[in-house]
Design a protein around this ligand. Structure first.
Ligand code: ATP
Ligand code: MG
Length: 335
């Protein structure tokens, strides 16, 4: 059923360069969370710290009562079996076939016979649509296929926690849509705890339970999707809309006066409000991507689907009431 990860007061620097400080958040068991942030804010460093590949300066990463940041090699090796990780560059072994790449964690971490390994590898390759490409080398296939091979490899140990570093970068929009559906279907089937780093705002809006944003060496916000999508926090609004106006600049931080002016201009043309309103993030809450028909839904996903249906119904009723009001107003004007 996935496991919770509790991050408390995490700080990481390389030499004098502080990457982020005092990051605290909880990835709830079995939920999907997305981490956003401008390039270079340390998202990949954050994922590597969660698996214990990098050690933080301060703070803790608590999983099943153990602090990953303080574990010794052997205990770390054990706890890593809980994780499936898709690194940003795919990190496939170039001289191994896709089959052997995907079988690698099973051969490394388990004593399963080759017949069992074969069954698992083919099942995961089927899941990501790679059947038929078993014998190919990573250099012989497209970037999208390499991503999916990395995904299959991240899944073979039936992980409780899945970390994806930009699973969608370099994919065309149709493949991104398929990948998002695959992520939601996987979550509905295996109920692991997911953390996905992405720059794709449309995915961030419709896939996760929770969204976080790293900026200027801090975690600006982490919370339920609806909370960030309706947030009036300028950085959150700028990022979720991919706007130039706001605190995030091309290279370094903008000066305060310029940010003030840009935000005032934006404000002039925008309707803001609390939950249900559009907030600084423009479009407001978009419908959530649900598991494909035919995928058995866990009680958690059944509840999400029911909430989504209710929200859609309320939106239709509100729409209807609005159009009746404007028809009545028009009729009164004519009178
Ligand atoms: N092993 C390392 N040693 C020293 N500095 C590092 C190391 N790994 C990362 N950094 C630095 O940490 C910062 C954050 O890097 P990171 O790769 O986590 O950014 P990111 O948010 O993932 O960016 P992108 O969106 O471009 O992938 C960068 O300035 C990078 O140079
Ligand atoms: Mg990165």
């Amino acid at each position: 059923m996935g496991v919770e990860i509790r991050v408390e007061g995490l700080t990481k620097s390389f030499g004098h360069q502080v990457i982020w400080q005092d990051v605290s958040l909880t990835l709830p068991a079995g939920e999907i969370s997305v981490m956003l942030g401008p390039s270079g804010t340390g998202k990949s460093v954050f994922l590597k710290t969660l698996v214990g590949l990098l050690r933080p300066d301060r703070g803790s990463v608590l999983i099943q009562g153990q602090d990953v940041s303080r574990l010794r090699e052997h205990a770390l090796y054990e706890i890593r079996k809980l994780f499936g990780v898709l690194f940003q560059d795919g990190a496939l072994f170039g001289s191994m076939s896709l089959y052997d790449n995907i079988a690698f964690p099973l051969r490394e971490h388990t004593r399963k016979p080759e017949s069992e390994i074969r069954r698992i590898v083919l099942e995961k390759m089927d899941m990501v649509g790679l059947i038929g490409a078993e014998g190919k080398l990573p250099g012989e296939i497209s970037g999208g296929m390499r991503k999916r091979a990395g995904l299959a490899r991240a899944l073979v140990l039936d992980p409780e926690i899945i970390l994806f570093d930009e699973p969608d970068s370099g994919l065309d929009p149709v493949r991104v849509a398929y990948l998002n559906q695959l992520i939601v279907d996987l979550n509905a089937q295996i109920d692991a705890t997911f953390l996905i780093v992405t720059h794709d705002i449309a995915s961030a809006r419709q896939v996760p339970d929770n969204i976080g944003l790293l900026f200027r060496r801090e975690l600006v916000m982490f919370g339920p999707r609806e909370q960030l999508l309706t947030s009036d926090e300028p950085v959150v609004g700028q990022f979720l809309n991919g706007r130039m106006q706001g605190p995030i600049g091309m290279a370094e931080e903008k000066d305060a006066a310029q940010v003030e002016q840009e935000l005032a201009e934006l404000d002039a043309g925008r309707h803001t409000g609390p939950r249900g309103g559009k907030g600084a993030s423009g479009e407001g809450v978009v419908p959530r991507l649900l598991p494909s028909p035919g995928i058995t839904r866990s009680p958690r996903w059944q509840a999400i689907a029911e909430r989504e249906e209710m929200a859609a119904l309320r939106a239709r009723v509100a729409d209807h009431a609005r159009s009746r009001r404007s028809a009545r107003d028009a009729a009164e004007e004519v009178d």
